[in-house]
Write a protein that binds this ligand. Sequence first.
Ligand code: FAD
Length: 394
Amino acid sequence: MTGGSNGWSNWSGRSRSEQAEVRFVRSIDDVAATVADATARGRTVRVAGSGHSHFPLVPTDDVVLDISGLSGVIGVDTDRLVASVYGGTTIAALGRPLHDAGVAVPNQGDIDRQTIAGATATGTHGTGRTLGNLSTRVAGLTLVTADGTVVHASEQEQPALWRAARLGLGAFGVVVELDLAVVPAFRLAESAFPSTYDDLRPEIDRLVHEHRHAEFFWYPQSDRAFVKIIDETDEPASYPLADEGARVGWNYEVLPNHRPRVHTEMEFAVPYDRSLDCLDEIRELVTARFPEVKMPVEYRTVAADDVWLSPAYERDTATISVHRLIEFDDRPYFDACEEVFRRYDGRPHWGKMHAFSGADLAGVHHRWTEWWSQRDAVDPTGTFLNDVLRSWRL
Ligand SMILES: Cc1cc2nc3c(=O)[nH]c(=O)nc-3n(C[C@H](O)[C@H](O)[C@H](O)COP(=O)(O)OP(=O)(O)OC[C@H]3O[C@@H](n4cnc5c(N)ncnc54)[C@H](O)[C@@H]3O)c2cc1C
């Protein structure tokens, strides 16, 4: 993320607000005073994490709050397996301190640059049939609300607010602290192999069921596929870590990758049982209509959950992601892919590109209305809504 006193842009530079007043905060008191002041002036506040969302969730011409200074592990309760962390902590900065306390987050996404509050706010996930997205790990959260009041929500305390705000899109308030459900630290061994899509397709369900993590990339304009498998291991970690696809190490060392090519991305969560049919249609589409597209199509799985706006809400899920390099117009490709995803009852990734309206989102998210009533109750002035979010309210 970049930003001085004026102007904010995301990782790719595609999502921007030139006029934003960027405010940098280091303490909860400062967050509370800054938000209360903005509300009193009738201004919108959007919180920025690491700016790794492709979708324009953050931009506003009013106040963008940068909470990267509010970072670190507050404490780990190893009996209850709960880690309390500041919202602005990057996933990269969580790995080692949690490990030193003997615990780990069971899964994470493809990179570790996101903040934990930003990642949980959008349902960020890795791959693994039995593994939920990061929002499912939110056992409790501490929010600074529009008038500067600090509120804590968990399954025991304000349970409806907790259910809604675990995946909150920055629309409930500023998440300053999170209680994460963790597991004992574990080691992973990663392997990878090339295949052809035709050879791989009949094997995918088996790989998904036999391994803790399985994913693959299919390369458009070819039959090439690249499969990655990761399982728990008792083997010792081996340093220096080998390249991606051959590593043995602790969870936080093996799961994240380096993804330097600046791109935009669309991803939809589709029912696992129909996911390969959906992927076949995407493959036919790319081959027939978009011969210029070379960036891979990625396939991962996510466990069903009970987080209200989760793309995996109450259904076993596969996610299919399509990418376009930043220098190209992604709209024609993404629009055509979205038509396919819609036919498979797809739910868009909150942090990636899509063209869903509020009515479309309500059609795929069965808790949409309840989510909005919890949100409106905690932010009656609409301080935390930018134009995009406001346009989604039914
Ligand atoms: C290279 C790359 C790789 C990616 N890999 C994956 C992946 O493997 N899996 C996956 O699911 N996604 C992936 N993503 C998407 C990314 O994980 C999400 O978009 C995530 O939300 C980004 O986190 P962030 O900290 O950058 O948040 P931002 O993008 O800055 O913000 C996201 C949302 O969180 C809100 N927010 C941030 N901080 C707070 C806070 N403290 N309080 C309240 N609201 C807050 C914002 O207002 C906004 O609504 C990837 C993105 C990129 C660019």
